[in-house]
Design a protein around this ligand. Structure first.
Ligand SMILES: Cc1cc2nc3c(=O)[nH]c(=O)nc-3n(C[C@H](O)[C@H](O)[C@H](O)COP(=O)(O)OP(=O)(O)OC[C@H]3O[C@@H](n4cnc5c(N)ncnc54)[C@H](O)[C@@H]3O)c2cc1C
Length: 396
């Protein structure tokens, strides 16, 4: 089958790899003008880690990855208030854990299909006509394509979801926070392999030194800081972050100065996507487009890869009967994803406490994380994946 995939992020290239392996012809349409590496740093483990192994890219992923040593919460002067060694995650995942820029993970996945799978950068789907026997797809470039299936792997703000299911606001669950991130070269201090965070009630700033000499900064803050909604251009984003964090102490003044040099500023609400179903006719969704868990789950990439893998496997098992395959794909994963979303919502208040008491509790728990049973209690249920990855079916 000819299967058009919208989005060359994490889920899209994973799906293209498994479809190509099963003998289908995937075509990727990616809105960005070129493949973008870098970006914010993600933790990577679990099901995604296993799929990366099955795709033969885990060594490349680990080579681009960081073995973070410590998560450190600091005071204004920079001294350590609390924190925990990341060996906790290593133990919980049996060493199958790394952290790397999201775009670098996407690049490793895309490397498996580059040159094999047609990819149209700088284009996107503007209209879909599912006429029963296939789908006529119109692209922004003016081109049209006749395909058998369309898969939306185009992230939290999915264009395919909007075209088929309706406006995002209907399916978005706002978790009450914003997240912002950017990278800048030449920032000091660096503290290699330590994730350094300064928090105040309802706000936090973190930094992490990258190998190329740049530093990643991550801001999380409660939505009441932006009562008029998300700013829509970079100048307004910079102004908002300056207003929210100016005069906060720690390194905020230097970090806000550094922000002026950033050309990759990201700022978005922290939200999840809840759809009544993940497919309609010949169109299905995977990854954040279908069931975004948000950064609070720390596992969105792996879950998006799992959805891609299971969907491709079900298409093989159903011998191309997309109705059967889409239903089986959703049946296997919906409850699992709902549970992941719930656990991410519960974790949000510990990730970015809103009150002084919340911060004190977080610091106490962080100190106690060195004790294995406390770490298991605090992190075990979010790190565990209650889903067994099936073998990929052999194609005839
Ligand atoms: C700050 C932050 C921290 C996070 N931390 C973690 C973490 O620690 N661990 C983890 O596993 N996950 C983490 N996540 C979540 C993770 O990044 C996502 O769950 C994951 O990237 C989803 O993959 P995806 O392929 O569905 O979407 P994406 O990776 O977002 O890719 C979507 C692709 O579609 C393209 N696109 C968008 N619109 C269109 C369109 N209309 N047409 C064509 N193409 C389009 C985009 O350019 C992009 O290439 C974090 C997220 C954030 C924001």
């Amino acid at each position: 089958m000819q299967i058009l995939i919208s989005g060359a992020g994490v889920a899209g290239p994973t799906l293209a790899y498994w479809l190509d392996r099963a003998g289908h012809t995937p075509i990727i349409v990616e809105r960005a003008p070129a493949f973008r590496t870098g970006g914010y740093v993600i933790d990577f483990w679990g099901l995604g880690y296993s799929i990366a192994e099955r795709m033969g890219v885990i060594d490349a992923v680990r080579a681009r990855g960081y073995q973070v040593q410590e998560v450190r919460f600091v005071r204004d002067g920079g001294s350590r208030a609390s924190g925990f060694p990341v060996s906790v995650f290593d133990r919980l995942t049996k060493g199958r854990f790394t952290s790397l820029p999201r775009g670098d993970l996407a690049r490793c996945l895309y490397d498996t299909i580059e040159g094999r799978v047609e990819t149209r950068f700088g284009d996107h789907v503007t209209a879909l006509d599912d006429h029963g026997d296939g789908v006529t797809v119109t692209l922004a470039s003016g081109a049209t394509r006749e395909v058998d299936l369309v898969i939306g792997a185009d992230g939290l703000h999915s264009g395919i979801r909007e075209l088929v299911f309706g406006p995002e606001a209907r399916f978005e669950r706002d978790l009450g926070y914003y997240v912002a991130a950017f990278t800048v070269p030449g920032y000091a201090p660096r503290d290699p392999d330590v994730y350094v965070t300064r928090s105040w009630p309802g706000r936090s700033v973190s930094r992490f030194a990258l190998r190329d000499g740049s530093t990643l900064f991550l801001f999380v803050f409660t939505s009441d800081h932006l009562p008029d909604g998300p700013p829509t251009d970079d100048d307004a984003r910079r102004a908002a972050l300056s207003r929210i964090f100016a005069g906060s102490g720690w390194e905020c003044a230097a970090i806000l100065d550094a922000m002026e040099r950033a050309d990759d500023l990201y700022l978005d609400p922290v939200s999840q996507i809840e759809l009544p179903r993940w497919s309609q006719g010949r169109v299905a969704l995977i990854g954040d487009a279908a069931a975004c868990v948000s950064l609070m789950a720390g596992e969105g990439t792996g879950l998006g890869m799992t959805e891609a893998y299971v969907l491709a496997a079900e298409l093989v098992k159903a011998n191309g009967d997309h109705t059967r395959a889409f239903a089986a794909y959703e049946r296997q994963l919906r409850d699992f994803l709902l549970a992941k979303q719930k656990s991410a919502r519960n974790f949000a208040s510990s990730f970015a406490p809103r009150t002084r008491t919340g911060l004190i509790v977080r610091d106490v728990v962080a100190r106690l994380m060195a004790i294995p049973f406390v770490a298991d209690w605090a992190m075990g249920s979010s790190v565990r994946d209650d889903f067994v990855l099936p073998d990929f079916p052999e194609t005839k």
